[in-house]
Design a protein around this ligand. Structure first.
Ligand SMILES: N[C@@H](CCC(=O)N[C@@H](CS)C(=O)NCC(=O)O)C(=O)O
Length: 215
């Protein structure tokens, strides 16, 4: 069985959990307690020298890292139901949207980055919150514009079935709530978030529903 190393609150683990659930894939969960630094220990470092979750061990014993690469591998290996369009143009648009979140927004809220800000650089709590409001707010505002540019009134980011863009959007909206970033003005982002979270596959992937959840 696939072995999935993740953490309940990690956005990139949350993305993978949604993809597993949408595809109905079972996996064995291996919790990595980020707050106590387990990701920096020798055992996890051998799996991912970057010391970040998620990591996925395949049945053949290969290790995959980076949530987008894991999700694309899942989509290629377990193609039904797909989470990416088979049309190259839409697929590139889905990837572009996913990368806005995974490559441009999320890295700026990561635990090690926030610890560096408040620890090494001595930023105050207010400065840290201003950082988060700026980068999460601007990033999700760009997502809103991208979604508004889409033709039609679809239930999800790129059509009427959930896919890679939704898989990335939902954990990012969850993070904005967690960090108290006001995105109430982003109507399309909010609407798609509500549509997604009404589905059991998204609900089961929520951080609050994970075995390693801590309040
Ligand atoms: N781009 C990576 C991001 C991975 C990442 O940043 N993981 C975070 C949790 S969401 C982590 O492990 N942080 C541990 C730390 O900062 O020490 C992906 O999509 O998988």
């Amino acid at each position: 069985m696939l072995k999935f190393h993740g953490y309940f609150r990690s956005s990139s683990s949350y993305r993978c959990r949604i993809a597993f659930n949408l595809k109905g894939i079972e996996y064995e969960f291996r919790p990595v307690h980020l707050k106590s630094g387990v990701q920096k220990g020798d055992a996890f470092r051998q799996l991912n020298p970057q010391m970040l979750v998620p990591a996925l061990e395949t049945d053949e014993g290969a290790t995959l890292i980076q949530s987008l690469a894991i999700i694309e591998w899942l989509d290629e290996t377990y193609p039904d139901p797909p989470v990416m369009s088979r049309d190259p143009l839409t697929r590139a648009q889905e990837r572009g949207f996913a990368q806005v979140i995974a490559c441009e927004i999320h890295p700026l809220q990561n635990l090690r980055v926030l610890n560096y800000l408040t620890g090494d650089l001595g930023a105050s709590e207010d400065q840290k919150n201003a950082w988060l409001a700026r980068w999460l707010g601007d990033g999700l505002a760009a997502c809103e514009e991208l979604l508004q540019q889409q033709a039609g009134d679809t239930r999800f980011c790129f059509g009427d079935t959930p896919g890679l863009a939704d898989i990335c959007l939902v954990p990012q909206v969850f993070s904005s709530e967690r960090f108290d970033v006001d995105i109430s003005g982003l109507s399309r982002v909010r609407e798609i978030y509500e549509n997604c979270t009404a589905l059991p596959e998204f609900e089961r992937a929520h951080p609050g529903n994970q075995p390693d959840f801590e309040a």
